[in-house]
Write a protein that binds this ligand. Structure first.
Ligand SMILES: [Zn+2]
Length: 151
């Protein structure tokens, strides 16, 4: 699992735990809401900039391989290493694989939802008012479904 996805999932898992916890635990976590909002926003930025970081990584690797004529042996699962049958058959290393945008999108959505459900639970408990809820949802780029606010 790549860093970008793990980071977002870690924050989302934490928020889901808060959301389903006892009321007195929810209150305690809401006291740190600005910290958790920053964690979500940082993880969102990490996802949004992934493709730029990936391109830089791929280009730097490609340049190095071309400049140094880098070659690697392909791993043989039968020989558990360099293949005894085909012998030395070095090839340029294959380029890194990009994480699919579908996975990135799903991860981002789950992260935002996790914060959204935490915030709406806090709202139903009376920890924040309509304006505060709207401001916090705006910061993470999500809208509010009125049916989530009914107690
Ligand atoms: Zn082999």
């Amino acid at each position: 699992m790549i860093y970008t996805i793990e980071k977002a999932n870690l924050v989302a898992t934490q928020l889901k735990k808060f959301t389903t916890g006892y009321a007195h635990h929810v209150v305690g976590q809401y006291a740190n809401i600005d910290f958790w909002l920053e964690e979500v926003i940082t993880a969102q930025r990490t996802i949004d900039a992934y493709r730029y970081r990936f391109n830089d990584m791929r280009d730097a690797q490609k340049e190095w391989v071309e400049k140094h004529d880098t070659q690697v042996f392909s791993y043989c699962h039968i020989c558990r290493g360099k293949c005894e049958l085909i012998g030395d058959n070095p090839l340029p290393p294959s380029p890194p694989k990009r994480m699919s945008s579908a996975v990135l999108d799903t991860t981002r959505k789950e992260l935002v939802n996790a914060m959204y459900y935490f915030l709406t639970r806090c709202y139903r408990m009376g920890l924040l008012n309509d304006i505060q809820l709207k401001q916090k949802c705006d910061r993470i780029g999500t809208s509010i479904d009125p049916s989530d606010l009914e107690t």
